[in-house]
Design a protein around this ligand. Structure first.
Ligand SMILES: CC(C)(COP(=O)(O)OP(=O)(O)OC[C@H]1O[C@@H](n2cnc3c(N)ncnc32)[C@H](O)[C@@H]1OP(=O)(O)O)[C@@H](O)C(=O)NCCC(=O)NCCS
Length: 240
């Protein structure tokens, strides 16, 4: 295993299984980490129950991110990668999620996108996606080169919607993307996040697409979610 020079942005201790606590590091990935990301993706996707939860990244797209067009982080225990997350800031036009919102050409150039998150099942539930995505968003904001942070999520991906809404991304559109799969388009503006009137919130089942669409059409945005005995509910509120 080569010694990486990637910047370490966090280190700590994590429970891998009950009673097993290991030291971990989160560091910036470089192109020598490409194959480890692709192997992690194969390992994680083998365990996914519902194919449409996750759109696989190609080796070519991941290489593009790792060679100066984005930034990626990995969680390592004893030199093995257990989790990864990637942000793209040089976004090709046809890949730009803001096209779904009819952004102008100037605005499209101001977009950064969270592209993938992978956490090995043995480390699930430790908020590693949140740790990595939050760090990537903070570092992107500090660079001050992009105005908007976008991502997409399946309405069925509880963990991802939780992470993205916790970072302040709001659901603004529900549409078909990728292989004709249902997707929320989510974003925030770094400098001037849209304020919502959360006192007037409505909670809609994540599967009630027609009802969600009606609230989106009225200008409401999704900003949170919870799970009760009926299933997952997405919380929408109007703009202030
Ligand atoms: C999405 C993913 C990265 C989140 O992993 P994580 O950081 O360990 O998740 P969190 O610790 O934030 O978990 C948040 C909640 O979701 C639950 N959760 C996490 N992963 C889950 C999964 N695969 N299925 C069901 N629930 C899951 C957790 O139990 C937790 O629930 P709680 O808030 O009620 O306690 C991970 O599940 C994964 O790799 N999934 C496959 C790939 C994928 O879908 N990536 C996202 C799209 S790019």
């Amino acid at each position: 295993m080569k010694e990486s020079t990637g910047e370490i942005i966090e280190q700590g201790q994590i429970n891998v299984q009950p009673d097993f606590i290991y030291p971990y590091i989160i560091r910036v990935l470089d192109k020598s980490d490409l194959m480890a990301v692709m192997q992690l993706q194969i390992h994680v996707t083998a365990d996914i129950k519902r194919e449409e939860l996750y759109v696989p990244i190609s080796e070519e797209e991941m290489r593009y991110i790792l060679t100066g067009n984005g930034e990626a982080l990995g969680v390592f225990i004893q030199d093995r990668m257990y989790a990864a997350c990637a942000l793209l800031f040089n976004v090709d036009d046809d890949m730009n999620m803001a096209r779904e919102l009819n952004f102008s050409n100037d605005e499209l150039e101001q977009v950064a996108q969270l592209e993938l998150s992978l956490v090995d099942p043995v480390l699930r539930g430790a908020k590693l996606q949140h740790k990595m995505a939050e760090a990537l968003a903070r570092r992107e904001e500090a660079r001050q080169t992009r105005k908007y942070l976008f991502s997409t999520s399946s309405p069925y991906n509880y963990a991802s919607i939780q992470t993205l809404t916790a970072l302040g991304l709001q659901i603004v559109r529900l549409c078909k993307m990728y292989y004709d799969w249902d997707r929320y388009v989510m974003y925030k503006e770094f400098a001037e996040p849209t304020q919502l009137d959360t006192a007037n919130s409505v909670s809609i089942p994540n599967t009630a697409f027609a009802e969600q669409q009606q609230w989106l059409d009225k200008g409401y945005r999704g900003y949170s979610l919870f799970q009760d005995n009926e299933g997952i509910k997405i919380v929408f509120a109007p703009k202030l």
